[in-house]
Design a protein around this ligand. Structure first.
Ligand code: C2E
Ligand code: MG
Ligand code: MG
Ligand code: MG
Length: 285
């Protein structure tokens, strides 16, 4: 009867699920408010990418940070996916692009030649207005297409494959370099890889974090590097936390290295200081 059903419902009610749902709701509400009325709660951090062929830092990845008045610090792992699902990721991306290009001009004024790698979600790739915004902002600061590059997570690109290809081609035709982020965790097949207009594979950090001791990870990463090279793509490894890992990657011909061992993500001002201090650092010894 009804009483029994409701007792069963009460017994089975999942409070953890409700917490998760409520948190997602408050992230949506607060993030929308931040984007429209409190953009000072947002910041971009930058993490260096070391070119293993030249031994120099030639690029940095832009990573968004959000500290909200009510929710405190919220990880991008949490709010990026939420903004994607709730349908307003383009507002986040627009903020990121404007700030990143402004900072690119600051880096140049500080005598640093750095390409800023910007993370995009698949939705962003499909947004035709985005490419014009990027070009317009670059022109505003008199920067060229090598000032920025883009990273897109592979799984997201599979859904509307044909369209994704067209849009990525438009990015490349404008001179921007494209990387597939978190490579190895999605569903990519050889055919898919061959058809995608991208320049770089970024090996997911889960294969790199313990690379120095895990033989299985070593086999995967070596295979990804030869696969990439067979397709004439370059490779970035993220999540390098120690010197032996960096040395192995250099030995295997990986082109780019990124991780806490080299430098943690930092605000623009700190990054500029770090770059000047580390101009002559010998990373591989
Ligand atoms: P991602 O693009 O794959 O970025 C790499 C993540 O690994 C970053 O986490 C970075 O701080 C972290 N990381 C870098 N080196 C190391 C290391 O040596 N060890 C460990 N344990 N971690 C390392 P973060 O900043 O929390 O960002 C998480 C994810 O959120 C990013 O993964 C990206 O998918 C997304 N994200 C961040 N900023 C943006 C953004 O501006 N736009 C979009 N669409 N997504 C973003
Ligand atoms: Mg990335
Ligand atoms: Mg990644
Ligand atoms: Mg990621």
């Amino acid at each position: 009867d009804e009483a029994q059903i409701s007792r069963q419902f009460i017994l089975r009610y999942d409070f953890a699920l409700e917490d998760k749902y409520l948190r997602r709701l408050s992230i949506i509400t607060e993030l929308k408010n931040t984007l429209t009325h409190a953009q000072h709660e947002l910041n971009l951090f930058y993490q260096p990418k070391l070119n293993l062929k030249t031994g120099k830092v030639e690029s940095v990845e832009a990573l968004i940070r959000w500290t909200n008045a009510k929710l405190g610090f919220v990880s991008p792992e949490d709010f990026i996916a939420t903004a994607e699902h709730a349908g307003f990721i383009e507002l986040v991306t627009q903020w990121v692009i404007e700030r990143a290009i402004k900072d690119a001009a600051t880096f140049q004024d500080s005598k640093l030649t750095l390409t800023i790698a910007i993370n995009l979600s698949a939705r962003d790739v499909m947004n035709t207005k985005l490419l014009s915004l990027i070009k317009q902002k670059l022109a505003e600061y008199q920067l060229d297409s090598t000032s920025v590059s883009f990273e897109i997570t592979e799984g997201d690109l599979v859904k509307d494959h044909q369209k994704a290809i067209e849009h990525l081609k438009a990015f490349q035709a404008s001179g921007f370099s494209i990387a597939i982020d978190d490579f190895g965790t999605g569903y990519s097949s050889m055919a898919y890889l061959q058809s995608l207009p991208v320049n770089t594979l970024k090996v997911d950090k889960s294969f790199v974090l313990n690379l120095d001791t895990q033989v299985g990870d070593q086999q995967i990463v070596k295979t990804v590097i030869s696969l990439a090279h067979a397709f004439e793509l370059t490779v970035v490894a993220e999540g390098i936390e120690n010197l032996p890992t960096l040395q192995l990657l250099a030995q295997w011909g990986c082109e780019w290295a990124q991780g806490y061992y080299i430098c943690k993500p930092a605000p623009a001002e700190q990054l500029i200081k770090w770059c000047h201090e580390n101009k002559n650092t010998q990373w591989l010894t």
